[in-house]
Design a protein around this ligand. Structure first.
Ligand code: MRU
Length: 334
């Protein structure tokens, strides 16, 4: 089943807010509905957001209120790309689709569908390349620690880091997976655990703060994460908590691998310092299950992402290459 698709003139997504209780689809017929779905994280994950961005422009371009006015289309698309600021794929998808506006709504849709198909192929390629690379790096069973959700739900199907896990499993090389629950929205506990169960892949769910300690006890011999934006120097924005795992992994000489499509590499951002980090406000961390967990009026900081400096990253695996940062390789021109 695809996380996001274009069906009969509208976008259909798996509603990720309903998982793991219910697997249900949402039909989005306007870019306004799409913006709300993105902000609620009904659709999320970098590659899925790239497809959503491009399909969102296809919705705008096909809408008779916008069709004849390029300026109106561009301003609606701007509000779409601003729905979430950190994952570069969203603006990348929007901008690629916008280039087709002069050629009409069919051309825009064609591009959106091409992006969908390419991300699906990318996921499969990352899975195969990543599994081969890791089997060369690690002798014996590969025990993976991962954070957030980087599976099919974060892409069209298969995903990024979780696509590698899946290939390792299919190749008979996987020991187990330790998935961090991923506070505060629990993408690890709700979504990754759901996907791993569907796939019959063995795993343990752990709380976020147990990650570095369990690495020190040898519970995993590799960390695999996805990415929301990779700066030109290799600094990588991903779910909050990734940096703690990278710091621990570096101290313990455990490989720390980023798996992401080339569409997540942002050569126009020089370093991680320039990456805008979304703060999701206080309500996500001042209550739990609709019950307040803090005194009233507590001030919060709630960064949804962090930036792992390239010095802590062993390698980046994309659909087309492995970049060994630990051996001094760099992203170069892509
Ligand atoms: O806030 P989210 O759930 O959209 O965050 C997603 C992540 O951080 C993923 O790790 C990232 O998008 C890479 S996934 C393929």
């Amino acid at each position: 089943m695809r996380t996001i698709d274009w069906i009969d003139g509208a976008i259909e997504i798996i509603d990720q807010t309903a998982l793991p209780d219910k697997l249900s689809m949402l039909r989005l017929e306007s870019h306004i509905e799409l913006i709300s779905a993105i902000q609620r994280l009904a659709v999320r994950g970098a590659p899925a957001l790239g497809v959503a961005g491009a399909m969102g422009v296809a919705l705008i371009a096909a809408d008779s209120r916008y069709t004849s006015d390029e300026e109106l289309i561009r301003s609606a698309a701007k509000s779409l790309l601003e729905a979430r600021p950190t994952a570069v794929n969203l603006s990348w998808g929007v901008e690629r689709a916008l280039r087709e506006i002069p050629h009409g709504p069919e051309a825009v849709l064609r591009t959106a569908l091409e992006i969908r198909d390419a991300e699906l192929a990318n996921s499969l390629a990352m899975g195969a390349r990543g599994s081969d690379f890791i089997q060369d790096l690690i002798q014996g069973p590969v025990n993976v620690m991962t954070i957030c959700n980087t599976g099919g739900l974060a892409a069209v199907e298969y995903g990024t880091a979780l696509s590698v896990v899946r290939s390792l499993f299919d190749d008979g090389a996987l020991g187990t997976v330790l998935t961090l629950e991923t506070r505060p929205l629990l993408q690890g506990a709700r979504l990754t655990a759901w996907e791993l169960k569907q796939l019959d892949i063995p795993f343990h769910l752990i709380v976020d703060s147990a990650g570095p300690f369990l690495l020190s006890r040898g519970a995993a011999n590799i960390v695999l994460i996805g990415a929301d934006r990779i700066a030109a120097n290799g600094d990588t924005a991903n779910k909050i908590g990734s940096y703690s795992l990278a710091s621990a992994a570096a101290r313990l000489a455990i490989p720390f691998i980023v798996v992401a499509p080339e569409s997540t590499v942002d050569m126009s951002t020089a370093t991680g310092e320039e990456i805008e980090i979304e703060d999701r406000g206080s309500s996500e961390i001042t209550s739990f299950s609709d019950r307040r967990t803090t005194p009233e009026g507590v001030e919060t900081m709630n960064p949804a992402f962090d930036v792992t400096p390239v010095e802590l990253i062993t390698a980046l695996i994309t659909e087309s290459r492995v970049v060994r940062f630990d051996m001094g390789e760099s992203l170069g021109v892509n």
